[in-house]
Ligand binder design. Structure first.
Ligand code: RIB
Length: 280
């Protein structure tokens, strides 16, 4: 069995549907409310576990009911959460106001995630060192993300940085692979590593090679990058060639965009193989 270590975020999305967002001092009655598991680290950990890797996750959640919900999700999805920190801060939440027109406004409170430090990553080093692949995103303090990549490099473990969300200033991390989308790519232009550029409905590019997208009836593109990075990581862990690993990523992304919500859209191994069998 392959092993993937993930250092990243967990958060809960609280979505409110409204005809229009309230003006200053105004209250409006909404017509939809939904809570969703999210956070790029957790999404990618669940995605890799569904594809058959043994996954261990380092993140931080609060000592609150959202933190309890996260642990229940990981137990259900067979993600090893024994290293997850519980801290006296609220679990990361995003309040998402969606107007009927589709426009949205989002407030994110990192809460517990702000406690994740390079020292916590050092304590997680044994899990990174025994993994086939380390997968990191940027929804956690940058110092913690960079330390995780450093631990992997020192141990000779393959690493993938999904530089999402885009950092406020350009960074030059050292990762074996980087998986930005077109918006994120300029922020890691100085990085060392193989660039795997995700291009949405145009597929992805690695070096000079273009990998076309798999056909998909798009419902919701949220989480496509998470599905891509998770599948790419599992493929590399299994020794698949770089080019085929990008195909795995595109197939997982196509599956995701056909589903509403992120966790429901992460493909199982059988669903991924079904997609990969479609000629593109
Ligand atoms: O990549 C999508 C994820 O980013 C969502 O699940 C949301 O939680 C944000 O973290």
């Amino acid at each position: 069995m392959t092993r993937v270590a993930v250092v990243g975020s967990y958060g809960v999305g609280l979505t409110f549907g409204v005809e229009r967002v309230p003006e200053r001092g105004e209250s409006v009655i909404g017509d939809l409310f939904r809570t969703d598991h999210g956070g790029k680290g957790s999404n990618q950990a669940v995605g890799a576990a569904r594809l058959g890797s043994v996954v261990t996750l380092l993140t931080a959640v609060g000592e609150d009911t959202f933190g309890d919900g996260a642990l229940a999700l990981w137990a259900e999805e067979a993600v090893d959460s024994s290293a997850v920190l519980r801290v006296p801060l609220p679990t990361m939440t995003a309040a998402i106001l969606v107007e009927r027109s589709g426009d949205n406004r989002i407030v994110i409170v990192p809460g517990a995630l702000s406690a994740l430090s390079p020292e916590h990553v050092d304590a997680f080093a044994p899990q990174i060192e025994t993994a086939d692949v380390l997968l990191v995103q940027l929804e956690i303090p940058l110092a913690a993300a960079l330390r995780a990549l450093e631990v992997a490099r020192t141990a000779g473990v393959r690493s993938i940085l999904n530089p999402a969300p885009a950092p406020p200033r350009p960074i030059a991390p050292v990762a074996e692979y980087l998986t930005p989308n077109e918006t994120e790519a300029p922020t890691v232009a100085g990085a060392r590593g193989t660039l795997v550029l995700t291009l949405g409905e145009r597929g992805a590019r690695i070096g000079d090679e273009n990998v076309p997208a798999f056909p998909a009836r798009v419902v919701d593109t949220t989480g496509a990058g998470d599905a891509f990075s998770a599948a790419f990581a599992v493929a590399l862990a299994e020794g698949v060639s770089d080019l085929d690993a990008v195909r795995w990523g595109c197939a997982a992304g196509a599956h995701m965009v056909e589903h509403d919500g992120v966790v429901p859209g992460l493909p199982t191994r059988a669903q991924l193989e079904e997609r990969l069998a479609v000629a593109v």
